[in-house]
Design a binder for this molecule. Structure first.
Ligand SMILES: [Zn+2]
Length: 245
């Protein structure tokens, strides 16, 4: 049904108009078809009848959030954010909106290539003083950057002592594979799982690399937690890497 409504929209309106107003159209589709009480999206805080099945996982029909973003929001809810300095790489748009409202100038949303965040830090070399952030959220970034060791050193440098990081990358069985010099998108897709990835980590190896730059590392397998997986549309197979300085 989500697809059908989307197709109708695309038949009626120019693509340009739809992409420029994507959030608005999603909300229209939500209000026509997806209002309900079966589930709650923690990101936009809307009650919905069902999540939408997509290749990438269950989507919120209202804000487009993925399971990992909804889990991240639940984690952040536990932290009772008020005046902590938070650095957030490549944030989901709706989550960025909520955290900006909540934390104002304490919240640093950064996307290296995007245009929707106020900051565009190069994670390998950031113009930020030492020991600056209380919390750093770095989801699905380190598999894209040429020098992940330098990036991890930077993350450690700018985090306050006792600060916390919530990190995530895709994991594979078997050893990490990587080649920061590989330019061919087809080979990258084949070897690293996505056309713009430069590596595909093994979980233990990823944790080891973070320990090597100084972090205390705690991988959290979320299926071991008591969560309402179905209600919030979460993915039980997910792992969050919680780090401390
Ligand atoms: Zn939502």
């Amino acid at each position: 049904m989500y697809k059908l409504l989307k197709n109708i929209l695309f038949a009626l309106l120019p693509k340009k108009v739809i992409y420029a107003n994507e959030a608005f159209f999603r909300k229209v589709i939500y209000s026509i078809k997806y209002k309900g009480n079966n589930h709650l999206c923690p990101v936009c805080e809307k009650k919905i009848s069902t999540f939408v099945k997509a290749e990438t996982g269950l989507l919120c029909p209202n804000c487009g959030s993925l399971p990992r973003t909804r889990l991240l929001k639940l984690k952040l809810n536990e932290l009772n954010l008020t005046t902590q300095k938070v650095l957030h790489f490549s944030p989901h748009r709706e989550l960025q909106k909520g955290l900006t409202q909540r934390l104002n100038s304490h919240y640093y949303a950064s996307d290296y290539l995007g245009s929707l965040t106020p900051y565009h830090f190069d994670i390998q070399n950031m113009s930020i003083e030492n020991d600056f952030f209380d919390i750093i959220i770095c989801y699905h970034v380190l598999e894209h950057v040429p020098d992940d060791k330098k990036s991890m050193e930077e993350l450690y440098r700018i985090m306050k002592p006792n600060g916390m990081g919530l990190f995530q990358v895709p994991f594979k069985n078997g050893p990490t594979v990587e080649d920061p010099n590989e330019k061919d998108p087809k080979i990258r897709l084949e070897k690293f799982g996505q056309e713009d990835h430069l590596r595909w980590y093994n979980l233990e190896d990823f944790c080891g690399r973070l320990k090597n730059v100084g972090f205390k590392v705690n991988p959290i397998k979320i299926k071991t937690l008591e969560l309402k997986f179905d209600f919030f549309g979460l993915n039980e197979e997910e792992t969050i890497i919680e780090v401390r300085k």
